[in-house]
Design a binder for this molecule. Structure first.
Ligand SMILES: *Cc1c(COP(=O)(O)O)cnc(C)c1O
Length: 394
């Protein structure tokens, strides 16, 4: 089992083992089981009350769930974690664990599109109030707070313009209200929101934590007490994950530090390269000196700025259409990110299609904006493929 004295590399490379196992296969097993046999009524009572460690029914808990959640919690310096069937499942459980009808949430205006949709649904269906604020202005967070505010939600690096949240100032602005940070783009290798005072960290593990584009999984970490409540709700609402998905994610997690180092390095160089290309008006990457969050990024992301960037094509939507055609299968258009392959996506038509064009404009999401998720190819491969495709767009 890993603990917080280990390096990120050791936590990741030795991960996937929880709790102590009695036999020693060299790779963790998959506990592909619906339930666990129980020694008797006294054991049932001991395990279900939490006095004794053990498992009863996979919806409530499974060693593969716990292995992955535990490793992410250790990496994030949190006490405990909870996995769910997807990022949205983990967000659902985290929200249900903090608010009820009549409560209030303060959320960043720039959030993963489905997260905003989920908050809007909580509002219309269950009467939870939501105030959206510019998370780059901690004073807006402070002013939005009400006596009924139970949660404040921001992204550490936001999609698609890569703004970096000033977590220490946001924590201060939120006061006694817990700050939940969606840190999917940063990962604990680049940023640990809890060290800056956040109470909860969320990841779509479908992205970097797994990193191979073949898993749907979400995870949220925080205090023991909060995670017990969130796990209970994840089970009750049936957003629990399954053993195989967690096993795959544990396998992906082993190489997280290597992957984050590599994509951060490549993305930085690629951002500089794209800035020099004709037909591109603007490149969004927190490592670029002209990015609005550059100073915050230098302070909070000393190990690298991550593998995500966006660029704006002068030719608008038609230019995007021809670029994606020209990229073909070398850099595929796929509505995801953090795969081992580099992929492009179109925020105006995917993650942010549910908001109006006017709202998109205020968020800087133009019709020519392309988001690039840098993968593990070499910088030379990517310069060649993107360079050629951009030249063909003209
Ligand atoms: C993908 C994503 C989510 C949702 O996660 P799923 O695993 O797709 O349900 C939430 N936040 C961010 C930033 C994401 O990229």
């Amino acid at each position: 089992m890993t603990d917080e004295r280990s390096s990120d590399e050791a936590i990741c490379a030795r991960g996937g083992w929880y709790p102590d196992f009695t036999t020693r296969p060299s790779a963790p097993a998959i506990w592909q089981t619906t339930a666990f046999d129980i020694d008797g009524l006294s054991q049932l009572e001991a395990v279900s009350s939490g006095r004794e460690k053990g498992y009863i029914y996979t919806r409530d808990g499974n060693p593969n769930h716990e292995a992955f959640a535990h490793d992410v919690a250790v990496l994030e310096r949190a006490e405990a974690g909870c996995v769910a069937a997807s990022g949205m499942g983990a967000m659902t459980a985290a929200l249900l664990g903090h608010v009820q009808s009549g409560d209030h949430i303060v959320a960043a205006r720039v959030l993963y599109g489905r997260t905003s949709q989920l908050l809007n649904h909580l509002h219309t269906a269950f009467g939870v109030d939501v105030t959206y604020v510019d998370a780059m202005q901690p004073d807006e967070v402070r002013k939005a707070m009400r006596p009924t505010t139970k949660l404040c939600i921001v992204e550490s690096i936001s999609n698609p313009t890569m703004e970096v949240a000033d977590l220490p100032r946001l924590v201060e602005a939120a006061g006694s209200v817990p700050l939940l940070v969606d840190s999917t783009f940063a990962t604990p290798c680049l940023l640990r929101p809890i060290e800056h005072g956040a109470k909860l960290v969320f990841h779509s593990a479908s992205k970097y934590l797994n990193g191979h584009g073949d898993v749907m999984l979400g995870v949220v970490v925080g205090s023991h007490e909060t995670m017990r409540r969130v796990r209970g709700l994840a089970s009750l609402y049936g957003v629990n994950s399954n053993p195989f998905e967690c096993w795959l994610a544990s396998r992906g997690l082993r190489t997280l530090p290597l992957r984050m180092r590599q994509v951060s390095e490549t993305a930085m160089e690629l951002a500089r390269f794209l800035k020099s290309q004709p037909g591109i008006t603007r490149v969004f990457h927190p490592g670029l000196e002209d990015h609005p969050s550059h100073d915050i990024a230098r302070r909070l992301l000393p190990n690298g700025f991550g593998g995500m960037l966006a660029f704006d094509l002068t030719g608008g939507k038609p230019a995007v259409e021809s670029l994606f055609k020209a990229l073909g299968h070398t850099i595929p258009f796929a509505p995801t990110l953090a795969d081992a392959r580099t992929t492009v996506s179109y925020p105006a038509g995917t993650s942010h299609k549910f908001i109006t064009a006017a709202e998109r404009a205020t968020l800087g999401i133009t019709d020519g904006l392309v988001r690039l998720s840098v993968g593990l190819e070499s910088l030379a491969d990517l310069k060649r493929d993107l360079g050629a495709a951009l030249r063909s767009v003209g």
